[in-house]
Design a protein around this ligand. Structure first.
Ligand SMILES: N[C@@H](CCC(=O)N[C@@H](CS)C(=O)NCC(=O)O)C(=O)O
Length: 209
């Protein structure tokens, strides 16, 4: 019998959902969560999701008491408080602010990559805006450069919340922009990602349509 007491709105293509799934794997809490698969896009809202998260975005997590948490950062931190192992996000001090900032930068890559996906996949081709698309790609490139130049040694230390976010971002770039070429420009990240990709949590959560 399932011991699941929480329900996660889930889509296997969503890198933000993948962050939550990685936290569940890495902290051995998978059995606590039932997955409710849905399809959602800004132009294809889901009524059940909208009722639970007015922003209409995945992921959202319904708790046993009926309350709903949304935004992957909130959900990941909540789940990080439910296990007894070493926290994936430092609870206090400079380490916490550093980790939160790196996790936020990884999310910024995801935000830009998801917006590029919407612009190229949802918007009619004759209305797409090249300057805007290029600006989003620039955000991704600058952020990857920062990770490569300033955060590699931290990433190598531990697969923590910031590392989980970046792993989801790189996996999503491979999924949606296979021609991106980030490995050539960021060899340190390529090496790091090749290693973390072999983790059971990563192997169990490949992005799929
Ligand atoms: N900041 C949010 C971003 C979530 C997000 O953008 N989710 C996408 C799926 S990858 C979504 O639900 N898009 C539907 C929409 O924007 O209407 C988080 O971290 O959870």
């Amino acid at each position: 019998m399932s011991a699941a007491t929480m329900t996660l709105y889930h889509a296997a293509a969503s890198p933000f959902v993948r962050k939550v799934m990685l936290v569940l794997h890495e902290t051995a809490q998978l059995e606590r969560v039932h997955l409710q698969s849905i399809l959602v896009a800004p132009t294809k809202p889901n009524l059940a999701l909208n009722a639970d998260n007015p922003a209409g975005k995945l992921p959202a997590l319904r708790l046993a008491d009926g309350n709903v948490l949304h935004d992957s950062r909130v959900i990941c931190e909540y789940l990080d408080h439910l296990h007894d192992g070493e926290p994936l996000l430092a609870r206090q001090g400079a380490a916490r602010w550093r980790s939160l900032t790196l996790a936020s930068l990884a999310d910024a890559i995801l935000d830009a990559a998801v917006l590029i996906r919407y612009e190229t996949f949802l918007r009619p081709a004759d209305r797409q805006w090249e300057t805007w698309l290029a600006a989003q790609q620039d955000k991704i490139e600058r952020s990857l450069t920062y990770f490569e130049q300033h955060a590699l040694s931290e990433l190598r230390q531990r697969f923590d919340m910031a590392a989980i976010g970046l792993a989801c971002a790189l996996g999503y770039l491979d999924f949606r922009q296979p021609e991106h070429g980030w490995r050539e420009r960021h060899p340190g990240l390529a090496d790091w990602y090749a290693q973390v990709s072999q983790r059971p949590s990563m192997l169990a959560t490949p992005p799929t349509n």
